[in-house]
Write a protein that binds this ligand. Structure first.
Ligand code: NAD
Length: 690
């Protein structure tokens, strides 16, 4: 099958990318594209070329697998050069070439469009240069053509943030020449009048003072991030600068060299590793050939923090949702919270008012189980209490039809314990959302031994319908994310008890790369939640050991975190500004004394080592127990579910990068000093040499 379909009508040659499902740009596709452009130039019938994809999709960009296979600087330069030369040939075409673009058009796809002499797009098109988020610079001419087309400042904004630009904004910036409907795309591309080579456009880069100011501001912003591990922003700035101060050709060479520089860094290689780890999550070999049952109507039981978010996520996916709660006031509250959250999206321009109106009609609240019974998926999100959950799951099972799925959003309880209340245990599955459910990208899909393959396939499909990344995990208390993350939060309290400052603990983990420190996070989630979840985990995994008595004292004193205005930190009302909470500090000191610990200074290195190694030790146990399908799934889950820095690759990849021999030594030492919770599992002892 050709990767480029060639057709000519009325003097217009349409080159249609034909590499389903995403039209990734691969080396064979580039070859065929070059051949097709030459053929069209020789074809007397052809006056103009139009490069396009299929309905609603131009191309999803360069195939990232190409980057994964790069082993040396020469490889990197070679790949970049192949792309640059192919796009150069398009730009050098004697007959005009217009790109007709649709859908998400990131990276290499946009660079292809930039090399054409004109561009048109459908109204829903989104342009972006997301390379920076993968830790690389665009290597196919993007750092050179984009500034020439739209100006240096807007180009740097796109290149350095990876943010997407919609069709109207692209038109206003001059990135496209026209926006037209899908059926009119070819005609529209055929009639673009101002055709020119992007590399020869000079008017947008003519103001040298403005260019210098934009570059200086970008350098400053990059320096302010304080992340020397990320070289991509400086690589982008360097390539843009070279192209402006020397020449387009010098800029292309700088792009190649900078690409090689980025690819040589561990941070970039880890980001690419996580990219593929995320992609592999959805692959479930033992479900091949099993068809998923479509979910068309959802019911959510329990309108607490999670139920509300789950209902909103369902509505955002365009599915109707019926909700219920034992407390009638929770229903109206839930409706109100969803409306407010969606209205915020409208105010931010992320949702149209028309879609909001439509979305709100998808919500209904009821106290009638018959109504709940009409759903083909019921999600239970009531209190984390075995008896309450069993009762609710029993009621749901009796109410629904024989084909409906029943799911629990429990964060810790084994599904086997809950399955006893369910009438159809083969259709019972765990759907563990993260808080806030309407935002967080990960969804743990938990299968018990008794869960049918069709149920698992349907749950995985449902997760994708919601736009979530599902990870399939086996059933054991805490599943994968909480099993690893709760011990980390718990260790933060052990550190407090040993004398570490709260702010030092948080700062150490932010410096490690987490978006926020563990104590800030637990203040957001609720300190009582840590006590509850830990109780379940500690029963199942005795080596986790006791939770610091600080937690019980804080719960008893009502210092639960942000929801009460104070926890580890004190929060000024109305905003999230915080300072030390003197009452909490008194508790830390009192518990330290009660535990007989002498005050000592706990340094940043000890904090980081204990917190990270606690996660690593537990992540290897999760791997050993076969709870995830593959090692990289655990890494992806740590990145998506708990904010482990992607540029460190997730906990297991981080350990592998450190060297397992080294990790083993650290864990053995920590075990000796602090106890069994750090003991390396058997598997880690055995694989350390591999
Ligand atoms: P919550 O206390 O905020 O809400 C629970 C809701 O369930 C309340 O509105 C309550 O009225 C309702 N409820 C209680 N008994 C009921 C019954 N018999 N019938 C109908 N409704 C009933 O709790 P939450 O934080 O939303 O947690 C709900 C579930 O989600 C728990 O299993 C929890 O472990 C899990 N979870 C929580 C989080 C989190 O961060 N909060 C994250 C993931 C999963």
């Amino acid at each position: 099958m050709p990767l480029i379909d060639y057709s000519v009508a009325d003097g217009v040659c349409v080159l249609r990318l034909n590499a389903p499902p995403f039209n990734w740009i691969t080396l064979p596709l580039l070859d065929e594209l070059r051949v097709a452009v030459r053929r069209a130039n020789l074809d007397a019938e052809v006056r103009r070329l139009v490069i396009m994809g299929d309905a609603g999709r131009f191309s999803a960009g360069a195939d990232v697998a190409l980057f994964r296979d790069i082993r040396s600087a020469e490889d990197a330069v070679r790949i970049s050069r192949i792309f640059q030369e192919a796009f150069q040939e398009i730009e050098d075409s004697a007959k005009p070439v217009v790109a007709a673009v649709a859908g998400k058009t990131p990276g290499g796809a946009l660079e292809l469009a930039l090399a054409c002499h004109g561009r048109v797009c459908e109204p829903g098109t989104l342009f972006s240069m997301p390379e920076v988020t993968l830790g690389i610079n665009p290597g196919a001419g993007g750092t050179q053509r984009l500034p020439r087309l739209v100006g240096v400042e807007p180009a740097l904004n796109l290149l350095l943030t990876g943010q997407a630009l919609n069709a109207d904004a692209a038109l206003a910036l001059g990135l496209v020449d026209a926006v037209c409907s899908a059926d009119d795309l070819v005609r529209c591309a055929s009639s673009v009048e101002t055709l020119r080579k992007t590399r020869e456009s000079a008017d947008r880069i003519a103001d040298h003072t403005a260019n210098a100011a934009a570059l200086a501001a970008a350098v400053q912003r990059d320096a302010a991030t304080g992340r020397p591990e990320f070289v991509a922003p400086s690589a982008i700035i360097e390539a843009v600068q070279t192209g402006l101060s020397e020449s387009f050709e010098a800029g292309l060479r700088a792009e190649q060299d900078q690409f090689a520089r980025c690819m040589a860094t561990p941070a970039t290689r880890n980001k690419i590793y996580v990219f593929f780890a995320r992609r592999d999550l959805a692959k479930v070999p033992d479900l091949t050939g099993i068809s998923a049952r479509a979910v068309t109507r959802v019911a959510v039981i329990g309108m607490g923090s999670m139920g509300v978010g789950i209902a909103q996520a369902v509505m955002q996916a365009g599915l109707p949702v019926t909700v219920t709660d034992a407390d009638p006031s929770a229903l109206e509250n839930g409706r109100q919270r969803i409306r407010e959250s969606l209205e915020k999206r409208v105010a931010q321009g992320r949702l149209s008012p028309e879609r909001l109106t439509k979305m709100l009609t998808l919500f209904s609240a009821t106290t009638d189980w018959q109504e709940i019974g009409r759903a083909d998926l019921v999600i239970e999100a009531v209190f984390e209490d075995v008896a309450v959950k069993r009762t609710v799951l029993g009621q749901a099972g009796r109410a629904v039809s024989d084909h409906a799925l029943i799911a629990s959003n429990t964060s810790t309880i084994s599904l086997d314990t809950l399955a006893e209340g369910v009438k159809q245990p083969e259709r019972f599955v765990g759907l563990h959302f993260f808080n806030p459910a309407q935002v967080m990208p990960l969804l743990e899909v938990i299968r018990r031994d008794g869960t049918s393959a069709e149920t698992v396939a349907s749950a995985m499909q449902f997760a994708k319908t919601l736009g979530k990344t599902p990870i399939l995990v086996r059933n054991r208390e805490g599943f994968v994310v909480n099993r690893i993350f709760i011990p980390y939060l718990k260790e933060a309290f052990s550190l407090l008890e040993d004398g570490a400052e709260a702010s030092a603990i948080d700062q150490a983990m932010v410096a490690f790369g987490f978006p926020m420190g563990p104590l800030t996070l637990i203040d957001m989630a609720g300190i009582d939640i840590l006590a509850l979840t830990d109780a379940v985990l500690r029963r199942a995994f005795p080596w986790h050991g006791d939770l610091s008595a600080i937690v019980a004292a804080m719960v008893e004193g009502g210092w639960l975190g942000q929801k009460r205005g104070a926890g580890v930190y004190l929060y000024a009302s109305g905003n999230r500004e915080r300072r030390a909470n003197p009452a909490a500090q008194e508790i830390f000191a009192a518990e330290r004394q009660r535990a007989g610990k002498l005050p000592r200074t706990v340094g940043a290195d000890e904090i980081t080592q204990r917190l990270v190694m606690r996660m690593v030790a537990e992540a290897f146990r999760v791997l050993e127990e076969g709870l995830a399908q593959r090692e990289s799934d655990i890494d992806a889950a740590m990145v998506l579910g708990s904010g482990f820095p992607d540029w460190r690759g997730g906990g297991l990849k981080y350990a592998r990068d450190l060297g397992l021999e080294n990790v083993l030594r650290q864990l053995e030492m920590l075990e000796k000093q602090l106890g069994k919770r750090f003991a390396p599992c058997k598997m880690l002892r055995e694989i350390k040499g591999t």
